[in-house]
Design a protein around this ligand. Structure first.
Ligand code: ADP
Length: 687
């Protein structure tokens, strides 16, 4: 981990550079894409408008040709059907009504003189202001050409002034009229170019385009409608008519597309901006997501490391009791792999002899009503390792609840108790050894006491035995004249009494030996319940031995009702014995006169839970420098002492949860006090 840190830090600036470069590239690309899009949109718009103009021009040119053809057909039909003037006039008027673009029809003879003429009813007669004769040149040229080719010929366009100060651009068409293959005259029609354009169908052309006829130099000859072209999208077509040609111009009203007012461009710009914002939001979202993922991965790694480093086994089960998760410590504890544990129906670490019991217990534990109160304090049970070894474990179980508050299973922490048990066993064994040693040490010290105590009965036995022997020797066989022989009844009586005394003294010696024997051999079960008086009673024989040697009296003060204790009896007896013996040893010197040598054993109940014992003597007291080291092992002031007594006392009392201390008055006398737990509940007190 530490190695990674500087490396990742050294990558920091380079990574920042890369990010800045990527951002610049993104912005540039967006700009280029946007510009391209705008340019393409504008170019598309332009070409669309131009295309439309071209298309319109083609259509209009075709239409004009078609109309010209219709005019020709109308003229030819008029000649063929009507030779007489009246009928010609009627038919000519009809033709003028159907073809608004025709403003005048003439019938001429072969010398081009006008026989008949009819003007359009929709306007003033064409030559009302300007005489026909002065405007006849172009017509005559066309008719001459028609005579030569014997087919209709159009004249060049000419401007015919009108009354209102304006004029009409007119094209004449000259149709040669034949009868039986002979030329009999000419039909001439004048077509107004403006009207021709106005008559065009469909009118949609006219709505978005200005349609006009122009000269080669661009001078406008005629145009239709009110629409005016912008001069940007222009399409020209040459309309070829027999004998002449007209230049048609279509001019779209649209100007060159400008950026902002153009809807499509605005749309593209708006979309691009929107896209940019979305990209920004996505980037921010991706960053947040990446940060969250990193945090999650770190948390997961931390959790994994924590679970892996635990020595407590972790096990998760679903609501059917199936194992869904175990940590390495658990696998290590039972010796089965994760897969083996997950796949088994009954956990493989259940000892086969307990399987029915464990199944029953699991069913109870997994019952829905047990969820409300999980057993927080845990329970002790036995698991089995892969090698068949059984071992004790402590299991703490808690319900697994998911985010929606659903109870999904159970999580257990499993602690292997086998090591703890071994330590406990070891400590118990050591304790026992310590007891035995302490006891033997006491016995060793008591050996002198014993010899002193046994001396008396043994001396008594010896003297009684000698007395009895002497009595036997005083019988008549001994020939001692000084003493008269005893009568046999009296001798028997005295011998009996002597032997009785011997038996009594032997019994007394036996009792002394038995009390020591009892003390050394007794091994009680740890922590039993015992009454305080019984406890003191059991050490009293040995205390008395010492008291007799020291010439001390013993006073005992126990309250009523007698407190009951829950203790390791043997060890506490040892404590009492040590303190009593120390007290009496302190009083053995001459500093304490015989009448003051009193050892007091007192018991009191404190705070309702403790029994306070005190052992007081009238010895010289304890000097402060001695008092500081009193409980230190091997500290002693006596030549024959070992210095283990008080240190052992403190160990024993503290193991019971109690405390020991002492008080020494300035004028002598010492009191040792210690506390022991009372038996609390009725169940602990034997009946
Ligand atoms: P030991 O009895 O083998 O010396 P202990 O641990 O029992 O070992 O006692 C340590 C020392 O404490 C004794 O040597 C003695 O000096 C002092 N001591 C203990 N009890 C008393 C007492 N009641 N009065 C005065 N001195 C005492």
């Amino acid at each position: 981990m530490r190695d990674d840190l500087p490396r990742s830090m050294s990558f920091g600036p380079r990574r920042r550079w890369r990010r800045a470069l990527l951002w610049t590239a993104l912005v540039m690309l967006m700009l280029v894409a946007q510009t391209l899009l705008v340019a393409l949109t504008v170019s598309y718009e332009s070409s669309r408008t131009q295309e439309l103009a071209e298309e319109t021009a083609t259509l209009v040119a075709a239409e004009i040709r078609q109309r010209a053809q219709l005019v020709l057909q109308g003229l030819q039909a008029l000649h063929r059907r009507h030779a007489d003037r009246q009928a010609w006039q009627t038919e000519a008027s009809a033709l003028l009504q159907t073809h608004r673009e025709i403003v005048r029809i003439e019938r001429r003879d072969t010398g081009l003189r006008i026989d008949d003429a009819a003007d359009s009813p929709y306007r003033d007669p064409l030559f009302s202001r300007w005489p026909r004769a002065e405007m006849d040149l172009e017509t005559e040229v066309a008719c001459a050409s028609a005579r030569r080719t014997m087919s209709p010929v159009f004249s060049r366009s000419q401007f015919v002034p009108q009354h209102n100060g304006l004029g009409l651009e007119v094209v004449d068409v000259c149709v040669p009229l034949q009868e039986a293959g002979q030329l009999v005259g000419f039909g001439v029609a004048s077509i107004a170019l403006t009207a021709l354009l106005d008559e065009l169908r469909p009118p949609e052309f006219a709505r978005r385009h200005e349609i006009s006829f122009v000269e080669a130099d661009g001078t406008r000859l005629a145009r239709s409608g009110a629409v005016r072209g912008a001069g940007v999208y222009v399409a020209d077509r040459v309309v070829d008519l027999a004998g002449t040609s007209l230049q048609l111009r279509v001019d779209a009203v649209e100007r060159r597309p400008s950026l902002i007012p153009n809807l499509a461009t605005a749309l593209v710009l708006g979309l691009s901006l929107g896209l940019f914002v979305v990209v920004l939001l996505l980037v921010r979202d991706a960053r947040r997501r990446a940060a969250a993922e990193e945090a999650l991965a770190e948390a997961l790694a931390f959790r994994r490391a924590m679970e892996d480093s635990l020595i407590t086994g972790l096990r998760a089960r679903d609501r059917d009791g199936r194992i869904v998760y175990v940590n390495p410590a658990f696998c290590h504890m039972v010796g089965f792999s994760v897969d083996e544990l997950k796949q088994a129906t009954d956990p493989p670490y259940w000892p086969p002899e307990h399987v029915p019991l464990y199944r029953h217990r699991q069913a109870q534990r997994l019952a829905p009503d047990s969820i409300a109160e999980p057993a927080r304090e845990g329970y002790e049970t036995v698991f089995m390792r892969r090698n068949g070894e059984r071992f004790p474990v402590m299991v703490y179980e808690a319900p697994l609840v998911d985010r929606s508050g659903q109870h999904t299973g159970w999580m257990s922490a499993v602690v292997d108790l086998s090591a703890q048990r071994k330590v406990e066993d070891l400590s118990r064994q050591q304790q026992e050894r310590l007891q035995a040693t302490a006891r033997l040490a006491s016995v060793g010290e008591m050996a002198s006491l014993l010899s002193h105590e046994l001396n008396q009965p043994l001396a008594a036995i010896a003297s009684y035995a000698t007395g009895s022997l002497n009595l036997l020797d005083d019988t008549p066989q001994t020939n001692q004249p000084s003493l008269p022989p005893l009568p046999p009844e009296e001798l028997n009586g005295m011998l009996r009494q002597g032997l009785q005394r011997i038996a009594e003294q032997a019994e007394r010696a036996g009792r002394v030996i038995k009390s020591v024997h009892d003390f050394v051999r007794r091994r009680h079960q740890a922590h039993e319940v015992i009454a305080a008086d019984a406890l003191i009673e059991s050490v009293l024989p040995l205390v008395r031995l010492q008291a007799r040697k020291s010439g001390a009296r013993i006073e005992i003060d126990i309250p009523q009702p007698v407190p009951r204790l829950k203790i390791d009896r043997t060890m506490v007896e040892q404590v009492l014995l040590n303190l009593a013996r120390n007290g009496m040893q302190a009083m053995e010197s001459d500093a304490t006169p015989l009448e003051r040598r009193v050892l007091t054993l007192k018991v009191r109940v404190v705070q309702g839970r403790w029994a306070a014992f005190s052992v007081s003597d009238a010895g010289p007291g304890i000097a402060p420098e001695v008092g500081q080291k009193l409980f230190t092992p091997f500290f002693t002031t006596r030549n024959e002492g070992m210095g283990l007594g008080l240190s052992l006392c403190r160990t024993v009392i503290e193991q019971h949860g109690g405390a020991i201390d002492f008080e020494s008055g300035s004028d002598g006398g010492t009191t040792f006090r210690f506390t022991l737990p009372l038996a609390q509940t009725r169940a602990e007190v034997p009946a």
